[in-house]
Design a protein around this ligand. Structure first.
Ligand SMILES: C[S@@+](CC[C@H](N)C(=O)[O-])C[C@H]1O[C@@H](n2cnc3c(N)ncnc32)[C@H](O)[C@@H]1O
Length: 370
């Protein structure tokens, strides 16, 4: 036994070094294999002490895990269990705690530029640069998977929310708003492809430190410049005051501001959502918040598959609302005009197409004005 372990040690160390570059593949494989190896040990080598069983099972799973990791690094194909089009980086895992759901939705925006019909619901060439050539070739090789009805519905929602929010922002700017705060910005690309009407405005992207660091790395790798009117604001919304942090970062609380909060409320606790609403509603009249929300658990179209997927990525859904509950919370916080993007209005954005994109049965996108 000791001899065998010694014999395997060197190739193992080399393979481990290689597997390091295959991200989480090595560790995940090793962890998954350990119980299998232990059961096999207990079944077929009954008369050994526990220590030997444990050591052999650990050794075997590490060695096989290293082989799997090394093979992944060498580009060999394994069954891909991820939701098609969602989070291209998932197999490598989050390296510093960055949001993988943010990568997933960015991938869907990028896919839209590559595989869907014209005219686009959202013109976002930067998203393609951000996700990088690996993802682009994956899409090209496997575009059929994006036609899955669930993935199409999610893609359409993600496109609609950005498009609607950017259209509302254009109206707000015309009315004199000069500050835009993107809450939970993830890999939102508005700032990097901003139209001329946005240039006189200050843009603030709020997100976790880890997500922002990853975004900056991706921008640098893609050769995308950070515009002069953009400020990154590091914040865990659950932990610190949004208003104070924004003011500290340079947002003027005496002037109207436009806020977007797309695909974020669902990841916050009810208390944090209420605080966020109050913080935004505390801005002067003319301020606006465009948001998306998930239905309450009782609604018949609760997209459980998506909630499950988010949980496996380490980002569980924490809050959902019926439309009535949402209106109640917004009014309570101090918003006056609340408007939901109707299915008809969403259908106008989508237009007539043959790519299978159609507005979701329930469009959970809304705007609330102070
Ligand atoms: C699904 S992504 C959406 C990203 C972006 N809004 C978009 O539409 O592409 C959710 C984002 O919310 C951010 N987020 C979630 N919880 C947060 C918190 N407590 N504080 C700050 N950001 C948070 C995540 O880091 C992630 O970037």
């Amino acid at each position: 036994m000791t001899k065998l372990l010694k014999w395997l040690a060197w190739p193992f160390v080399v393979l481990m070094a290689l597997a390091r570059w295959a991200g989480g593949t090595f560790l995940i494989s090793a962890l998954a294999l350990f119980p299998v190896a232990l059961v096999a040990e207990l079944m077929f080598r009954k008369h050994h002490p526990w220590k030997v069983h444990l050591l052999t099972a650990a050794g075997a799973s590490l060695v096989i895990g290293a082989f799997v990791g090394a093979a992944a690094w060498l580009g060999l194909k394994f069954p891909d269990l991820s939701i098609p089009g969602l989070a291209p980086g998932v197999r490598k895992g989050a390296t510093r705690g960055e949001s993988l759901t943010a990568q997933g939705v960015a991938a869907l925006r990028a896919a839209h530029q590559l595989v869907d019909d014209l005219p686009r619901i959202l013109d976002d060439p930067i998203s393609v640069q951000l996700v990088g050539p690996d993802f682009v070739s994956r899409i090209a090789a496997d575009s059929e998977r994006l036609r899955d009805p669930q993935v199409s519905a999610l893609r359409c929602h993600v496109l609609l929310r950005s498009r609607y929010s950017e259209d509302r922002l254009a109206v707000a700017v015309q009315a004199g708003t000069h500050q835009c705060v993107i809450i939970g910005a993830g890999l939102d690309t508005f700032a990097y492809r901003q139209p001329p009407w946005a240039r006189a405005m200050r843009i603030f992207e709020v997100d976790h430190k880890a997500s922002q660091e990853t975004k900056r790395d991706m921008l640098a790798k893609a050769g995308v410049e950070i515009p002069a009117n953009l400020t990154f604001v590091e914040l865990d919304i659950e932990k610190r005051s949004l208003r104070e942090t924004l003011v500290h970062a340079g947002v003027d609380p005496t002037r109207p501001a436009f806020f977007s909060c797309l695909g974020v409320l669902v990841y916050l606790t009810r208390d944090a959502v209420r605080d966020l609403f109050r913080a935004v509603a505390g801005f002067p009249a003319g301020s606006e918040l465009v948001l998306t929300y998930a239905g309450s658990v009782n609604t018949d179209d609760d997209p459980t598959w998506l909630a499950n997927r988010a949980r496996t990525l380490g980002e569980p859904w924490l809050s959902g609302f019926s439309a009535e509950e949402l209106v109640g919370e917004l009014r309570e916080a101090g918003f006056h005009a609340i408007e939901f993007l109707s299915r008809e209005a969403a259908a106008r954005y989508v237009g007539n197409r043959t790519d299978g994109l159609e507005p979701p049965r329930r469009v959970r996108i809304a705007s609330a004005r102070v």
